[in-house]
Design a protein around this ligand. Structure first.
Ligand SMILES: [Zn+2]
Length: 508
């Protein structure tokens, strides 16, 4: 597997470190280090500047005893000791949801990439087939992976609590009370933004006004930032889930997909609900009009150039040269062709695309479907194991907490019995500890309930029949078409008779 160019660029010349976890088998860690070292040597021609590896205590114990080296790694990441982390394989990290969550929050949110040596991919960016599964062919898997990290977040949002992450512009985060309070100065700016939008100014115009006001050498406002504020109901005291597409990105989903919840963590929202809804209405109207404009252009316009040249960079001429693609205009009609400059050979894109699609549907579709079903099953089975392990973990943690609590209760009893005028402060402290353990036990119970629900869902899924979806080439989005080709086509040649010779990757 080749490291994506983009990723390679991101890592070249940067300082990387190793993180590993070993099982009881000593060879295991040596093997992990070997894999990661190889990765550094082959791909980056460098070495890790540090190694962090956690000793294997039982997986269950370490879970709440905080892995020391993982903590260390997270701390160092804040101090800027390194630029990226390499782990040997996904399994090493993702085995339990809490580690998964920690690593993701601590590193990926700081923009520190975590690279998986075996697949040479960035952690969190699953391999292509998995992503396809995640991306809407089946919602099921997406639910799981996303869920594993966002369960806690969901719960928080449903309770109206602040879910962490970047504090929205205009608010200040108060750690002690876990609340968001308006920032006295920035609050005014937010108000200004909303009222400008109500008056009909666009995102870009608003950004310009703000930049003019600030007169900074480097403007700090741009249209996406304004959009981010206008489209976020947090300014009216409402928390949301699934509002934006993906983790970052400025694309806003259809509102029917959002989950909205009253923010108990915000006691005084910056603007009223009424005002936010007004702005939202303006925004929806505008996007509707914009969407229509685009549709019209596509339907009647002369510039119908949205066919992706999906054979680019893979299509070769019989002479051995890679075909280029170009647009041609002929009597005011635009058409596209693949060309070989050396042979002065030109073949219309439409024709080759159609031939490619036929061949794909005939030779790839079924095997791919089988592959996917196999993968689905494996994912589900793995998920089931993780869930079962996590449920066991809950029981162990509960037992430990219960023991601690009993211990405190006994000590309190002894204290009260033995000294007539007992040490009040000490009894008080014990009471607090007893209550604390009670609270933690009930939290774990909630967690366990959630896990049980998920476990039954996964079991259900495993018993259900395999999916039967269309994997015809035409059903994929342009982006996916390019990726499908990148993954499943080894070579593609066009003959003088305009026929295609395609070699696919062996899908068995
Ligand atoms: Zn040629």
């Amino acid at each position: 597997m080749i490291l994506e160019q983009e990723l390679l660029q991101k890592l070249t010349g940067k300082r990387g470190v190793f993180y590993g976890r070993h099982s009881t088998d000593k060879q295991d860690i040596a093997w992990q280090i070997q894999l990661v070292d190889n990765f550094f040597e082959e791909v980056l021609h460098s070495k890790p500047i540090a190694y962090y590896s956690d000793e294997a205590v039982s997986a269950r114990k370490t879970k709440y005893k905080d892995r020391a080296k993982l903590q260390h790694l997270i701390k160092d990441s804040s101090r800027g000791v390194f630029d990226f982390v390499v782990i040997s394989s996904y399994d090493r990290i993702a085995r339990n949801p809490i580690d998964h969550l920690k690593l993701r929050e601590a590193l990926t949110e700081k923009g520190i990439p975590v690279i998986i040596a075996t697949t040479r991919t960035e952690y969190g960016k699953e391999d292509f087939l998995t992503r396809l599964l995640f991306d809407g062919i089946s919602k099921y898997e997406a639910d799981q992976t996303a869920q594993r990290t966002s369960d806690n977040i969901n719960t928080l949002v449903f309770q109206g609590k602040w879910k962490g992450g970047r504090t929205p512009f205009g608010y200040v985060y108060h750690r002690a009370s876990n609340t968001l309070k308006p920032d006295p100065i920035r609050r005014e700016k937010v108000k200004e933004i909303f009222s400008m939008y109500e008056k009909g100014l666009g995102f870009k115009e608003i950004a310009n006004v703000l930049n003019d006001e600030e007169k900074l050498a480097k403007p700090s406002w741009y249209k996406e930032k304004v959009k981010g504020i206008i489209t976020n109901p947090i300014y009216a005291g409402v928390l949301t889930l699934y509002r934006r597409e993906g983790n970052s990105g400025y694309r806003i989903r259809d509102r029917s997909e959002w989950v909205e919840h009253e923010a108990k963590c915000i006691t005084s929202p910056i603007i009223s609900k009424q005002q936010w809804e007004n702005c939202w209405k303006i925004y929806s109207e505008k996007t509707k009009i914009y969407g229509k404009k685009k549709e019209n252009q596509a339907a009647g316009g002369t510039t119908k150039l949205d066919t992706p040249f999906f054979l680019k960079k893979i299509l070769y001429c019989t002479c051995g040269k890679m075909m280029r693609w170009r647009n041609y205009t002929n009597q005011k009609k635009v058409y596209q062709a693949y060309i070989c400059d050396d042979c002065d050979y030109r073949v219309p894109c439409d024709l080759l695309h159609k031939k490619f699609e036929q061949e794909w549907n005939y030779r790839v579709t079924d095997s791919l479907l089988q592959l996917m079903n196999g993968k689905r099953k494996k994912l589900a089975e793995k998920e089931l194991l993780i869930l079962e392990e996590s449920i066991k973990d809950c029981d162990v943690m509960k037992l430990d907490l219960k023991n601690e609590q009993n211990n405190f209760i006994d000590r309190k009893k002894a204290l009260l019995r033995n000294s007539g005028d007992s040490d009040e402060a000490f009894v008080y402290a014990l009471d607090l500890l007893i209550k604390d353990r009670e609270k933690r036990i009930s939290e774990i119970n909630d967690q366990k309930d959630l896990l049980e629900i998920k476990k039954s869902k996964v079991s259900e899924f495993l018993e259900a029949s395999p999916v039967n979806i269309s994997l015809n080439f035409n059903d994929f989005s342009p982006r996916d078409k390019n990726e499908l080709i990148r993954h499943y086509v080894l070579s593609c040649k066009v003959s003088r008779e305009r026929d295609l010779e395609i070699t696919f990757v062996n899908l068995e």
